[in-house]
Ligand binder design. Structure first.
Ligand SMILES: N=c1c2ncn([C@@H]3O[C@H](COP(=O)(O)OP(=O)(O)OP(=O)(O)O)[C@@H](O)[C@H]3O)c2ncn1[C@@H]1O[C@H](COP(=O)(O)O)[C@@H](O)[C@H]1O
Length: 117
């Protein structure tokens, strides 16, 4: 009997699948039929505009919309974030490394440790 995946394992599997699809679209996607290929063909600025737009929509949803809309907008942000990283050639490993390096450091302590500019 297989144990059902927990939410994080399910998210990781979905991200793994999405990442593979985005890589495939980057290599041989058709901008006529693929949103990902179309966005990537426009370069990082187009991905950045969508990240900003979807980020605002997520913020609005968090403030005043249903749980289902919050989940939907969060999925839009994650998808466009991953396209943006691909557009810039920043590997997911690099993001994982940032998160790992922050483990155990309070955000408040980190902010207090920053040198004044
Ligand atoms: N997860 C997504 C995903 N999320 C959102 N979108 C698309 O992102 C686009 C922009 O979303 P919006 O809600 O902002 O739509 P809109 O308001 O009409 O956008 P604008 O034209 O105004 O910019 C829409 O076309 C959505 O369908 C996505 N497109 C693709 N994926 C994944 O990528 C895979 C490959 O998709 P294609 O590259 O299109 O084949 C899919 O199978 C999915 O797994």
């Amino acid at each position: 009997m297989t144990t059902p995946l927990g939410p994080l394992a399910r998210l990781a599997a979905a991200l793994e699948h999405l990442s593979g699809t985005i890589d495939a679209r980057a290599l041989e996607g058709d901008a006529g039929t693929s949103w990902t290929a179309r966005l990537l063909a426009k370069g990082p600025d187009a991905a950045a505009a969508k990240i900003a737009e979807e980020g605002n929509e997520l913020a609005e949803a968090v403030i005043r919309e249903s749980d289902d809309n919050v989940a939907s907008e969060a999925a839009d942000v994650i998808y466009h974030l991953m396209v943006g990283l691909r557009a810039r050639g920043v590997p997911l490993d690099a993001v994982a490394a940032k998160l790992e390096a922050r483990q155990g450091t309070s955000g408040i302590a980190e902010k207090a440790s920053r040198k004044p500019e």
